[in-house]
Design a binder for this molecule. Structure first.
Ligand code: VG1
Ligand code: CO
Length: 542
């Protein structure tokens, strides 16, 4: 067994996006590609005491873990904790980094992107606080990847067994294979009223959790079925599969259609939920109702007093810019600050570290809190269960009551996927150029009150982050946002976020598509979407 320095040449495209580096699996399998990126991470780590390593179980997970372990040992990392079987959800990784004071973590996942040889693979690097590496760190890693000339790896050591809990050594590095579920489950038990939720689940309340054959299966089975006593079969698609059973592990109305159909059928359970590839997203449904992630965040904030972990109140809340303003109204009522950040969880880290906010969330099915530094799918489901158990109400009743109290923010996101990159960029560029002249213009009856390109100054670190989406604010409180996705691996994805506030309770019962129809036409008028993209409909509406 010896440390070898292997000569390599930079790949020019290792710039991390909204959340880590995501590429086609075939790209990651190119000799040197994974190695270069991992070496760039190690080169940028100031402290190399101990890291956690694992992934969402997708195709290439275990091969990548073998490579990374050999590289970690060659790079003098003191200790590597590896989730048994290579399994580790993103929130569990964050939990473990914080609990054991590690130097960071590497999570192998392309989150909600499909997996398999034809699918996507990804690498995320988290820092000491348990959160995604902030912009300054990902930039440094990218710069390093452009000048790399060699990577270090142990050769001649054979396969490392990651299938059994236990400790071993590789060169000077301690390797500990640990149960990826127990620390996370213990954290959840400390936050929520498990006794009360157990009572609810034994009182005839029924739920269905779709793990989408991704990472949360083992976590959900342990927490819902074993610790909370839900009947077996509550968790469906609970086995992590390398190709997610051929599905898109994205919990939304399109890709979790089976669950959605069940929740809108006559025999629907009381609660339906799902999470994504790496377990940080959540979708919440009640009998005949889909809760938008923006509304979900607002409901959690308004009912946080029912949950033991948050009973002392919230310091503040934060949402990403395209997320609806539903939570802003709750913050106003609670007299707490509400921060608006760019898209991506990395921007919440400083606010949480500085204790400025307790809850945060994104419209893209992400909700989380100060308990870790990632969004957390199962945490959100437990939060809902805790609310339902305490309030003794159904999902629809809670949501409709919320609208009556705060008004309703009708909300939709329209995604146009797999676009030609130049065409998508051109559309945004044209909007940017049109910004100065948009004020007071009227599109389909909507008058533009203000329009800009969102930028953000981190209140803790300072530093301006620019180019974070085109915002069109309309008279009467409606809003349209245009931005390009930073997580795709082929072509471009245009996201259009539509929102309209409605105070009048009698009008809350409309379908979002009806309530937003006029706004959709206005968006098309402003950006000439159909004409430019030559598409009649979005690929996905959530
Ligand atoms: C998307 C979402 C964003 C989320 C990111 C990572 O990014 O819009 O809100 O933080 O995915 O989530 P983009 O740039 O494609 O819009 V995950 O669960 O994929 O780590
Ligand atoms: Co995810």
């Amino acid at each position: 067994m010896q440390v070898k320095a292997i000569k390599t040449a930079p790949f020019k495209d290792q710039k991390p996006g909204t959340s880590g580096l995501r590429k086609k699996t075939s790209v990651f399998k190119t000799p040197g590609y994974l190695e270069n990126f991992i070496q760039s991470i190690f080169d940028c780590m100031k402290e190399k005491r101990a890291i956690v390593l694992g992934g969402d179980g997708r195709y290439y997970n275990n091969e990548a873990i073998q490579t990374i372990l050999k590289m970690a040992a060659a790079n003098g990392i003191g200790k590597v904790l590896v989730g048994k079987g290579g399994i580790l959800s993103t929130p569990a990784a964050s939990c473990v980094i914080r609990k054991y004071g590690l130097s960071g973590g590497i999570i192998l996942s392309a989150s909600h992107n499909p997996g398999g040889p034809e699918g996507d693979f990804g690498v995320k690097f988290n820092i000491q606080n348990g959160g995604p590496a902030p912009e300054a760190v990902t930039e440094a890693i990218f710069r390093r990847s452009l000048e790399i000339t060699e990577y270090k790896i142990i050769e001649g050591c054979g396969e490392i067994d990651i299938g059994k809990v236990g400790k071993s050594r590789l060169h000077q590095t301690e390797i500990e294979i640990f149960d990826p579920v127990s620390d996370y489950a213990a954290l959840m038990e400390g936050l929520f009223d498990f006794e009360r939720i157990n009572g609810l689940l034994r009182s005839g309340f029924s739920m269905r959790f779709d793990a989408m054959n991704a990472v949360t299966g083992p976590y959900a089975e342990e927490i819902f079925e074993r610790r909370l006593g839900a009947p077996s079969g509550t968790v469906i698609n609970g086995t992590p599969l390398p190709d997610f059973g051929g599905r898109h592990p994205d919990p939304n109305l399109t890709y979790a259609k089976g669950l959605v159909d069940l929740m809108f059928s006559p025999g629907a359970p009381d609660l339906g939920a799902a999470s994504d590839g790496d377990g940080d997203r959540n979708m919440i449904l009640g009998k005949g109702i889909f809760v938008t992630p923006s509304d979900s965040l607002a409901v959690l904030a308004a009912n946080a007093d029912t949950v033991p972990g948050y009973k002392d109140g919230l310091k503040g809340v934060a949402r990403s810019m395209p997320t609806s303003a539903a939570v802003d109204r709750v913050a106003e009522t609670l007299h707490i600050p509400c921060y608006e950040t760019p898209t991506g969880w990395k921007y919440f880290g400083n606010l949480l570290d500085a204790d400025l906010v307790t809850l945060c969330g994104e419209e893209s099915f992400g909700t989380g809190s100060i308990h870790i530094r990632e969004k957390d799918g199962l945490w959100a489901v437990l939060f809902w269960l805790n609310i339902l158990a305490t309030r003794n109400k159904g999902v629809a009743e809670v949501v409709q009551g919320h609208w009556r109290r705060f008004g309703r923010n009708f909300y939709q996101r329209h995604d146009y996927e797999d676009l030609d990159q130049d065409t998508a960029r051109l559309l945004i560029e044209r909007l940017r150029n049109a910004l100065p002249g948009l004020k007071n213009k009227v599109f389909n009856g909507y008058e533009i009150e203000a329009a800009d390109e969102f930028s953000y100054e981190d209140p803790v670190e300072g530093g301006l982050i620019t180019g974070q989406g085109i915002r069109i604010m309309l008279k009467g409180g409606a809003r349209i946002v245009f931005r390009l996705s930073g997580t795709g691996t082929s072509g471009a994805t245009l996201r259009i976020y539509l929102e309209r506030y409605e105070k009048v309770p009698d009008l809350h019962i409309q379908e979002p598509k009806d309530a937003l129809r006029g706004l959709v036409s206005a968006a098309d008028g402003i950006a000439r979407i159909k004409e430019t993209l030559k598409r009649d409909e979005p690929t996905v509406i959530t």
